[in-house]
Design a protein around this ligand. Structure first.
Ligand code: HEM
Length: 446
């Protein structure tokens, strides 16, 4: 079947460009081919990218049975395992999603407020006046502690500390711009002993698995059904045959939440802090809004604050953490804006390109939270969290965490960027993050 036009350069070269400079790759091809083009990453691996909101609507609002997605996420297999919700399709995916939804529902967020504020404060206490700190490391610390708390209901103890450290190491290995290559190019996944890059990854990952299995075994043996954390919820769950989840299924879902639940939010929070301190007007307006809420405002008042909300949306518009949604694999046939596709074609709404359309977002390279106050964008014009039956499970948690952490940091500390050089986005695994050079320094406590 003939796919829409796209670059005809060697697929390996296209894959290299997609991994090493994804924004350039997308923007160049959007200029050449328009709102839809086919990226060719291998002999049998093509991805049709869309950026027109009409096409996005047609894809994201299609019946859930139209597409598979899980089997296109194999790139994440070494990190999360084959039983992860990210890799499942059909009924099993639906069932797992339904099971894990309640703790991420908007209503539950209020129970997390005190923990988010406590964790943010702990991390802030480690920043010394006059000493620059790495923003990504700090935000990663906040979101990792938070997700461990939501998933396991614990935040102290040796095992927790070890899980935290191993998780960070494993992610750093696949997250560096170079390390990302090992996820995309399967040939680099060769265990050539404990000192080889993939060998190190495999060994650290095995240690992490062991800790998770140990926690699962202990919790299963002494199950306390009154706990509200996700591990307890999953341990109590039974399928239609009355079967409990196996240790392997549990490990993969825990890893999924730990991975999906902290890396993305850490990146978004780091970008938000960058823009707030890069643009004095933005910080000023935010401070005025926060001050208007009074001393020690109710967390819900913070979450509803319009300008803070606009900052979070603009942060996720300009550099959406995920460049594309999960690919949608056509199961039998599907048409988008007059293009017809048969079985096994991969379609991908391109979040980055839609978010950079001049007709929707004038001066798209400028950070302007006001645009979200002046106009209501549809879920097909702004979709940093994807949509349809694969929509991000943690959207409410991510925004809640971002807002409470930003409010606390900005209203308690004066921070500056140590230099004026712009921070460029770089690939980190399957996400787009600020380069490791991003630092902030505390100049005063307020
Ligand atoms: C700013 C932070 C975040 C961003 C930008 C983000 C973005 C996304 C995107 C784009 C998808 C794919 C959606 C699609 O293909 O339609 C996704 C899926 C997912 N996200 Fe997030 N995410 C964030 C935070 C979180 C958090 C905090 C969690 C918590 C556990 C989480 C858990 C998941 C899960 C489990 C899926 C897979 C859903 C499925 O397969 O049905 N994410 N996320």
């Amino acid at each position: 079947m003939k796919l829409p036009a796209g670059p005809t350069t060697n697929p390996k070269l296209q894959m290299f460009q997609w991994v090493s400079s994804p924004l350039k790759y997308m923007e160049t091809n959007r200029k050449r081919f328009g709102d839809v083009f086919t990226a060719r990453f291998g002999e049998k691996f093509s991805l049709v990218l869309f950026s027109d909101p009409q096409a996005i609507r047609e894809i994201l609002s299609a019946d859930a049975r139209t597409f598979d997605s899980g089997r296109a996420n194999g790139i994440l297999l070494p990190l999360v395992g084959s039983e992860s919700m990210l890799l499942l399709d059909g009924d099993r995916h639906k069932q797992q999603r339904k099971l894990m939804m309640p703790p991420f529902h908007g209503d539950r967020m209020q129970t997390y407020a005190t923990t988010i504020e406590k964790i943010t404060q702990e991390v802030m206490d480690s920043w010394q006046v006059g000493k620059p700190f790495s923003v990504r490391a700090a935000t990663q610390n906040i979101t990792m502690k938070m997700i461990l708390n939501v998933v396991f209901g614990l935040s102290e103890g040796a095992r927790y500390e070890n899980v935290r450290q191993l998780m960070t190491t494993v992610l750093d290995m696949t997250g560096s711009p170079l390390g990302s290559g090992s996820l995309f190019f399967g040939g680099l996944q060769r265990d050539l002993g404990p000192w080889s890059p993939w060998g190190r990854f495999v060994r650290r990952k095995a240690q992490l698995d062991e800790l998770l299995f140990a926690e699962i075994r202990e919790r299963r043996a002494a199950l306390d059904e009154n706990r509200t954390d996700i591990l307890t919820l999953l341990l109590c769950a039974r399928d239609e045959n009355g079967e409990a989840m196996s240790d392997l299924e549990l490990r993969d879902e825990l890893l999924t939440l730990l991975l999906a639940g902290h890396e993305t939010t850490a990146t978004a929070l780091a970008w938000a802090l960058y823009w707030i301190h890069k643009l004095p007007d933005v910080r000023q307006k935010l401070r005025e809004e926060l001050a208007s809420l009074g001393k020690n405002p109710d967390p819900m008042a913070i979450v509803k604050a319009p300008y803070l909300n606009a900052i979070c949306q603009e942060t996720l518009r300009i550099y959406p953490v995920a460049l594309i949604t999960f690919p949608r694999i056509v199961k039998s046939s599907f048409s988008v804006m007059g293009h017809h596709f048969g079985p096994d074609v991969l379609l991908a709404p391109c979040i980055y390109l839609t978010h950079h359309r001049e007709d929707l977002y004038p001066e798209p390279k400028q950070f302007k939270p006001e645009r979200f106050l002046e106009r209501q964008y549809s879920p097909y014009e702004f979709y940093a969290f994807g949509g349809g039956n694969r929509r991000c499970l943690g959207q409410a948690l991510a925004l809640y965490e971002m807002k409470l952490a930003i409010a606390k940091i900005v209203s308690r500390l004066d921070l500056v960027l140590p230099d004026d050089r712009p921070i460029k986005p770089v690939r980190r695994g399957v996400t787009l993050a600020p380069s490791g050079r991003l630092r902030l320094v505390v100049t005063a406590h307020l």
